[in-house]
Design a protein around this ligand. Structure first.
Ligand SMILES: [Cu+2]
Length: 148
């Protein structure tokens, strides 16, 4: 009986190792400086924040959601021959002890089909999802088109 338990323990350890990146400890993830640049509803609004990974494992941000947006996507701005473009990204990894900036000109959240609650002066919740199923929710300030 004792032997079987030991084997079970090993199996669990191996499964945990195999999941690796998915084993993020949500308590080790902090979001600071979250804000949206509110634009007219027909124009997608950008969302920005800093993600801190205080844990000892890499985490992989895979999605975002907010009641203020019909859909909230992970985007990255880039410059192709002087033309500003953006592309959808499936996931962004943050190393242990690392921070990730979502800022104008780089990674950003794209709020499609924004709801009336996305208005300057308001605060709206954003839930970030990570590989493995962890989520972190933070309040984002809503600023105007000038970012104020
Ligand atoms: Cu975008």
């Amino acid at each position: 009986m004792k032997k079987a338990n030991a084997r079970l323990f090993h199996m669990t350890a191996i499964v945990a190792l195999a999941l690796g990146i998915g084993q993020a400890d949500a308590a080790a993830l902090r979001v600071t400086n979250g804000w949206f640049r509110a634009l007219p509803a027909a124009v997608p609004s950008g969302g920005y924040f800093t993600l801190h990974n205080d844990g000892d494992k890499a985490v992989s941000l895979t999605g975002a959601q907010s009641p203020a947006c019909g859909m909230l996507m992970l985007h990255k701005s880039m410059n192709h021959g002087g033309m500003g473009m953006m592309e959808h990204v499936d996931s962004v990894t943050v190393d242990p002890g690392g921070t990730l900036e979502f800022a104008p000109g780089g990674y950003h959240l794209m709020c499609m089909d924004s709801k009336p609650i996305l208005k300057p002066g308001a605060q709206v919740p954003v839930t970030l999802s990570f590989a493995g199923g962890d989520t972190v929710t933070a309040e984002f300030q809503v600023r105007n088109a000038a970012g104020k």
